[in-house]
Design a protein around this ligand. Structure first.
Ligand code: SAH
Length: 345
């Protein structure tokens, strides 16, 4: 089976090129075309000899992702539906802010976490993405004129820490000076809380932003909406976050989606404040976005503001996230893959 050439680091590409009896500088040329100029295929690699392209074409696929549809929201958010080599479909979003554009990429096709309020869980899990497929989402946004992308959040479908090796490799490649050269600090990884992987990530020497999907301050309540909470308690999770902060010096973001009548009470806000007291973190309140299959609804503005006020009174850093792209189903928890396949395959 052909391999994904975009998943090769420069040293790995060099090894492949040397095996063809080529000089190492050819690897640098190809790498630059792939990761700096982000060309969609080999045709554009004008300074690479034809025979080498043919040889590489036998072992690797290059033009392996296609943009199937592109939607634009009123607020300037774009959503791409991308078809991968094996026919799987994923969604990628770009969000323009005043001074930069952030990409929101997927780490898996579907998701196995089964969170009760999230559309990515609806179709179940198919497979993890390669590092190259994660890179391609950013490259495709740039090619489509939705960039230039300078920040990336891994908050699309999938649980990034369950695709750990490819995720870490992707971070190293997208921040590589021979590639897009993004700043490590401009990368955010969001996780439902895979505790052992948080410890592992603490030791990678990568000062990224880590965001934790907490959504409830009590274990019993969290278990009701997030199956992963059965495996790791909130205390274990917060302990791992503190460790990550000590190792990297990076403040943790706590994501809290407010669900009407479920986790938006004054008692929840007080318990959350208690949990985070004295811990360098920042709470991001996300009004729950509507998902057809979910029985949960979003909290009222008045309730959201009250929740924020209680946190502030307890001197917890908090902001209410400005949701983007709702009108094209590209806000948090609205990305999905399963139903589209019937339409496009
Ligand atoms: N699996 C990772 C990545 C998903 S990130 C994680 O769980 O963190 C997307 C964020 O949006 C997560 O915090 C997720 O819990 C949240 N989310 C999911 N569905 C949502 C919805 N319908 N409304 C608001 N936020 C939602």
């Amino acid at each position: 089976m052909k391999k994904d050439i975009r998943s090769l680091t420069l040293p790995e590409l060099r090894e492949a090129v040397l095996a063809y009896g080529e000089k190492p500088f050819r690897a640098n040329q190809v790498y630059e075309w792939l990761h700096k100029k982000c060309v969609p295929g080999m045709d554009q690699m004008t300074n690479v000899p034809k025979y080498l392209k043919e040889r590489m074409g036998q072992d690797f696929h290059v033009g392996s992702t296609q943009v199937v549809t592109r939607q634009e929201s009123k607020d300037g958010t774009h959503k791409l539906l991308i078809r991968l080599q094996d026919g799987s479909l994923i969604e990628t979003v770009s969000m323009p802010y005043r001074d930069w554009t952030t990409a929101c990429i997927s780490s898996q096709v579907g998701c196995a976490q089964g969170c009760a309020f999230c559309a990515s869980a609806v179709g179940g899990f198919r497979r993890s993405l390669t590092s190259g497929e994660m890179l391609e989402q950013v490259y495709q946004l740039n090619r489509e004129g939705c960039g230039p992308i300078s920040h990336v959040v891994v908050m699309g479908s999938g649980e990034p820490l369950n695709n750990y090796d490819n995720l870490v490799k992707w971070i190293r490649m997208i921040t590589d000076k021979d590639g897009l050269n993004l700043s490590v600090r401009s990368i955010t990884v969001s996780t439902s809380g895979i505790v052992p992987r948080i410890y592992e990530l603490s030791h990678e020497g990568l000062p990224i932003n880590l965001a934790i999907s907490l959504h409830a301050p009590f274990n019993e309540k969290r278990i009701e909406i997030m199956p992963i909470a059965r495996k790791y308690s909130i205390d274990q999770l917060i302990e791992a976050c503190k460790y990550f902060f000590r190792q990297t010096g990076r403040r943790i973001t706590i994501e809290y989606s407010l669900i009407k009548g479920f986790n938006d009470g004054a008692d929840d806000a007080r318990a959350l404040s208690g949990l985070l007291r004295g811990f360098q973190s920042h709470v991001n309140l996300i009004p729950m976005n509507p998902v057809r299959e979910s029985r949960f609804r979003e909290s009222e503005i008045r309730v959201i503001n009250r929740f924020r006020d209680i946190l502030e009174k307890n001197r917890i850093n908090v902001t209410i996230r400005r949701e983007m792209g709702r009108d094209i189903d590209s806000a948090c928890g609205q990305l999905r893959w399963h139903y589209m396949e019937g339409i496009h395959d």
